[in-house]
Ligand binder design. Structure first.
Ligand code: ATP
Ligand code: MG
Ligand code: MG
Ligand code: MG
Length: 463
């Protein structure tokens, strides 16, 4: 008999047949006549109930079937007498594949705080909460590729080790080589000893694949990258990680309007996909942590996002009754408290803000005719604030060079980027969606460290 997943068994209509299931014991309870063992194999938020009659399984034979142990069960799939499940397994054979000492196994039946679970990141995938989050994470990653593939985009792999730090703004991690693996090079002509860098050249971990994405868009039309991104964020917020995943589409012949339409359609598609494919997991998260989760997700799918300019938003924020920690004035960057006020209190729906002051945005954004603002867009979501940052790009060589000079971005590092404007330039646009911020929104979790299997944040990179 082949092994079947718990998910398949729970939906099975074919009863009275022999089945085999492997998984981890969540609980065992019962009396001297019968024991009930809840087994989970990761395929579902739900467990399968295994019934072990005392006649066949005396207490002694089940002593290693404890919470956390790994078991292989063979038996009959039968209709369940109890409520809470339609089917269960009447056990014929239970083998313990891996014991878990009941005294020392950290995940006992009682609920654990999310803070505690962060300290045992190697075991937390076995909890209901992380099982649900990781299945939702998988579904969303799959949906990203599905959406782009269906819409004629090509998946481009942009480099993780990059030579330029134009975009870094002091947030980059340097790449070094262990000294004894890299024979010392002579000092270069600037006198800097680069022997511990990338074969003599200074390199960093990427903060965004956008510039390389533009290279691909200028040949393939519509592309996207979806990969790990690194930022030396020393901020300890619930929305920043030092290593996160970013989804970055880049499209030739798109203007800011097209960019906004794509962002809205894409986000709605992803949320709808999760609602459809992860209904059990989302129901669990809704009931466990956030009673308005499902309602909020459906609202986002069904309603248009609010669009307004940064300038209009600043007017709203200045006349708001709420006292903000950071006061707002035209020209300052918005903080998450401002973004969330607009979304949660003022408009009560997702917001797309456009046309930010040029001085608070990156050098590559297209300048508006007013000479003060750029064609930027940020998508703001409830509970999150900024979930997407994007823009129409400056396609004019001379205007781009002027922006770079004004912002002290060295031209020699980006000669290849400038050549995209020199040879066959085209209007284009794109954006970056933080994958973990999307998962935060969809799962209703409160802290970004709880939506990635191995979170990286200050002082946290043990394994
Ligand atoms: P924030 O203002 O929240 O710091 P940002 O403006 O610095 O974000 P961008 O450079 O615009 O971020 O990056 C695009 C997207 O990547 C953001 O909209 C966000 O969803 C995500 N993102 C940025 N920094 C982080 C981070 N440290 N951890 C997780 N996601 C991030
Ligand atoms: Mg930032
Ligand atoms: Mg920002
Ligand atoms: Mg941004």
């Amino acid at each position: 008999v082949r092994r079947t997943s718990v998910q398949t068994l729970l939906g099975s209509q074919e009863l009275e047949r022999e089945v085999v299931v492997n998984g981890w014991v969540r609980t065992r309870r019962g009396n001297k006549y019968v024991q009930f063992i809840a087994v989970n194999d990761g395929s579902s938020i739900h467990n399968i109930q295994v019934v072990a009659d005392a006649e066949k399984f005396p207490e002694e034979s089940l002593k290693d079937v404890t919470t956390g142990s790994c078991v292989a069960v063979r038996g009959q799939l039968v209709a369940s007498q109890g409520k809470g499940q339609a089917v269960e397994i009447q056990a014929a054979d239970i083998t313990v594949l891996g014991k878990a000492d009941a005294e020392t196994y950290p995940l006992q039946k009682k609920g654990h705080t999310l803070e505690f679970l962060r300290e045992i990141a190697h075991l937390r995938p076995r909890t209901n909460t992380f099982g649900a989050v990781l299945r939702v994470r998988h579904a969303l990653a799959f949906a990203v590729h599905q959406y782009f593939n269906d819409h004629g985009f090509y998946y481009i792999h942009t480099p993780i080790i990059t030579g330029s730090d134009a975009e870094g703004a002091g947030q980059m991690f340097r790449v070094t080589t262990l000294p004894d693996q890299n024979p010392p090079l002579t000092e270069d002509k600037t006198g800097v000893d680069y022997k511990q860098d990338f074969f003599g050249k200074q390199t960093n971990l990427t903060v965004s694949g956008q510039l390389e994405g533009e290279v691909a868009a200028m040949a393939l039309g519509k592309v996207y990258t979806f990969g790990p991104t690194f930022r030396a964020e020393n901020s300890n917020t619930a929305r920043h990680l030092a290593e996160f995943w970013m989804i970055e589409p880049e499209m030739a012949f798109y203007d800011l309007q097209d960019n906004m339409e794509l962002a809205e359609d894409f986000l709605k598609y992803l949320v709808r996909y999760a609602l459809e494919k992860c209904s059990d997991d989302l129901q669990f998260l809704n009931d466990q942590y956030d009673k308005e989760l499902l309602e909020r997700l459906r609202f986002v799918v069904d309603n248009d996002f609010q669009r307004l300019t940064y300038t209009e938003a600043v007017e709203i924020l200045k006349s708001a009754k709420k006292k903000f920690e950071f006061p707002v004035d035209w020209g300052t960057d918005l903080q998450s408290e401002h973004e969330r006020y607009l979304v949660e209190k003022h408009f009560k729906k997702p917001v797309i803000l456009t046309d930010y002051p040029k001085d608070i945005k990156a050098f590559y954004m297209k300048l508006n005719d007013d000479d003060k603002t750029v064609r930027a867009m940020d998508v703001l979501f409830p509970g999150i604030g900024e979930i997407i940052g994007g823009s129409q790009r400056e396609e004019d060589l001379e205007k781009l060079r002027a922006r770079m000079a004004a912002m002290h971005v060295p031209e020699d590092e980006l000669w290849w980027y400038l050549e995209l404007r020199k040879f066959g330039t085209a209007p284009h646009a794109g954006f970056g969606l933080g994958f973990e911020r999307l998962i935060l929104f969809v799962t209703g979790m409160a802290n970004i460290r709880d939506v990635i299997p191995f979170p990286r944040f200050p002082k946290n990179a043990e394994f």
